[in-house]
Design a protein. Sequence first.
Length: 260
Amino acid sequence: MLMAMDVGNTNITIGVFKYEKLLGSFRMTTKMQRTSDEFGVTIRDILDRNDISINDIEDVIIASVVPAVMHSLVSAIIKYMDINPILVEPGIKTGIKIMTENPAQIGADRIVDAAGAFELYGGPVLVLDFGTATTYDLVDENGGFVAGVTAPGVRISAKALWEDAAKLPEIEIKKPKNILARETISSMQAGLVYGQIGQTEYIVKNMIQESGYENVKVVATGGLGSMIAQNTDCIDVYDPNLTLQGMRFIYNKQTRKRKK
């Protein structure tokens, strides 16, 4: 079995694959500081509770945008699983050619999303990830990462509202019944959700228009991506496991496979 770990700013998402089948995906918070032993015990317990033995994991691949947790996390994988994990970093085979001005600045999460979308849906493809940040990444028909847009995520925008405006409360992020809000909570929800939908439609339309590409597939992922995808026609596919699948595809391109 292969364990894929997506280390994001908010959550660490763990996926376990048996060949091509995703047996399950699990989350734990990124912001909680953990020692290598705490990481090891937590991962083992999560797997055990889902009837997956840690001893059945044959290899691990990690894509991370949070350097601060990596020493403890990698040490935990080595200590508790006897595996040196593969890291998605510059020099690794991904199937994606970075064509931007500063390739090293492209986050591992965006690369694995691009790899997953290109392998599953072909190119040209526009990949939207609604995470801590909302990212829009364009991949051409040959697997070239040609452009990307980065915007504040819905949760970042919501946090800015209730932290920086003294009288605005912390709210649940969901789509209100309509945009004509009549009280504070639904007015905030309307601004956040409909604002994100409008932003998405504008950026998608203009990225495709300026690229000159035809028949661009628009694929979304990320925690809040489902809500946005259900309320706009500009997204063709919502794939909640795109990032994990991208790591599986990248893993399969490496010369080292399923070895301790």
